[in-house]
Write a protein that binds this ligand. Structure first.
Ligand code: FES
Length: 494
């Protein structure tokens, strides 16, 4: 076996490395622990794994299809479409770190026993600190470093076969990195109990259980019930006992359990919760009944699989208007425009349809529509959104129909997820994301999972409700319902 020496440059640091000559570059980078965006996990469709290679190899067909001419001229290539060869220097982009810390001005010492909650999203990790009354005192969030292994859980399960244990280690190190600086800032030195939610696959990775059995029929998880562990034994620092909420089904995880708990009330009226994460999870419930469905919506709402997509962080387009041909794009934190997040994508698509640049069938009458010099929306982005929108709408209608509940019985439609607070309801309704009968009841509620996790940890009544929900929830696997594909097709058009 012959080896190639090469260098990797990232965030001001240079690493001298060796790899098997001819090894796929993305694989070589992953094996060595570099975090690089790779939404399609090497399927040559996302164009996210951009690196600069010097000296630059000839561009491949995938490079030509997914990169601009100026990127190719500047030595940018797709890591998944090239091999390692001797003497190259690979420059990785600085990772788009979601790093926000919000700390209330409270006297931590006077708050009594403190605990922490962690929501392990496929794209984002959110950690918060709360007191005995369930009041959140501070929170911090960061990227899920597993993004090098694909944007969705299926790609990550597949990657687990090739790189066993690596994604568990990435999650644990990221949690440690986030908690260490967060707790140090607050003057917390004693280990805390940690409550965790996330989808079933993320919880498997977190607890060091293999999710591989969920990658193929009959999709059997190692566990669904609430799980506890000693923080130190799974590699965590700063945490004592770790406890997860129960999942409802292999693809209806503890994040939807937590989301339901965040809205739970002892009332007869129903709430419809749509969690627009990488996989859309939909729950319709009141104090006695609970129906849940998951839809393989694709990660468009998280900005993944969108050519210039990004999570809902500084610089992402969150609102968009096109008036007389003039573009009005508003970004998160009013920072320089860097990409498009889920709420921006919804508003851009709505405006392009209103201005007849895209028709109701999703056909775009241009090869791209430029939002700024470096950011554009492409026909395939519109198609991706269209599929996600159809899956969510069809799932919502299916669950309402199967429950036998009328629209008038539903008091609130809550859209949660990373961009839940930015979504423009008029644009979402215009695209047909939810039934028009519910438009006046629709609201964005941000991250419902972490709030539900905190409520579970601090309120006995909510814990009993969680037990009832887990026992009584009817979970529909929409993929096997005979008429679901018809509904899906019905809602493909905008
Ligand atoms: S194009 Fe390389 S990971 Fe998607």
């Amino acid at each position: 076996m012959s080896y190639a020496s090469f260098q990797v440059f990232q965030s001001g640091k240079l690493f001298g490395l060796k790899a098997e000559k001819g090894q796929n570059l993305l694989r070589a980078l992953r094996e060595r622990g570099f975090v690089i965006k790779a939404d399609c996990s090497g399927a040559y469709t996302c164009g996210k794994c951009k690196v600069k290679i010097e000296p630059s190899p000839e561009p491949t067909e995938a490079d030509k299809r997914l990169l601009t001419e100026s990127e190719i001229a500047g030595g940018i290539r797709l890591a998944c479409a090239h091999e390692v060869f001797d003497g190259i220097t690979v420059t990785l982009p600085d990772t788009e770190e979601i790093k926000s810390a919000v700390i209330q001005s409270v006297n931590i010492k006077a708050e009594g026993v403190l605990k922490a909650a962690l929501d392990i999203g496929t794209t984002t990790l959110s950690l918060c600190l709360f007191n005995q009354k369930g009041e959140i005192l501070g929170s911090v969030s960061g990227n899920n470093p597993q993004s090098s292994f694909g944007a969705d859980v299926i790609s990550r399960i597949k990657a687990e076969r090739d790189f066993p244990g690596v994604q568990h280690n990435l999650l644990i190190s990221k949690t440690n990195e986030m908690s260490e600086s967060f707790f140090a800032d607050l003057g917390i030195s004693k280990p805390l109990d940690l409550f965790v939610c996330g989808n079933t696959v993320m919880l498997h990775f977190f607890f060091g259980e293999s999710p591989v059995s969920m990658g193929e029929y009959p999709y059997t998880p190692v566990f669904l019930e609430s799980k506890t562990a000693d923080g130190g034994e799974i590699g965590l620092k700063g945490f004592d006992k770790v406890c997860s909420l129960s999942c409802l089904a292999p693809f209806a995880g503890a994040d939807i359990t937590a989301g339901i708990l965040s809205l739970y009330e002892e009332t007869d009226d129903y709430k419809l919760l749509i969690d627009l994460g990488t996989n859309a999870e939909i729950a319709l419930f009141n104090k006695e009944r609970c129906f849940v469905a998951t839809a393989a919506a694709g990660p468009a709402f998280e900005g993944a699989n969108i050519r210039c997509g990004m999570p809902s962080i500084s610089g992402a387009v969150k609102a968009f208007k096109l008036i007389n041909g003039n573009i009005y794009a508003e970004t998160i934190d009013n920072k320089e425009l860097r990409g498009i997040c889920g709420s921006g994508l919804i508003s851009i698509a709505a405006e392009l349809i209103r201005n007849r640049i895209v028709d109701k069938t999703g056909r775009m009458f241009a090869s791209r529509f430029e939002i700024s010099e470096n950011v554009a929306i492409y026909p395939e982005d519109i198609r991706e959104l269209q599929l996600s929108k159809a899956a969510v709408r069809a799932a919502a209608e299916e669950i309402i129909e199967r429950s036998g509940i009328g629209y008038s019985d539903i008091s609130r439609l809550c859209l949660s997820g990373g961009f839940g607070t930015y979504i423009n309801m008029d644009d979402a309704a215009f695209l047909g994301l939810f039934p028009p009968e519910l438009k006046e009841k629709a609201e964005g509620i941000g991250n419902s999972a972490i709030r539900g996790c905190v409520m579970y940890a601090s309120d006995e009544k909510i814990r009993s409700a969680a037990e009832r929900i887990v026992k009584s929830a009817q979970v529909f696997d929409l993929a096997v319902l005979s008429d679901f594909s018809e509904k899906l097709i019905k809602h493909i058009d905008f």
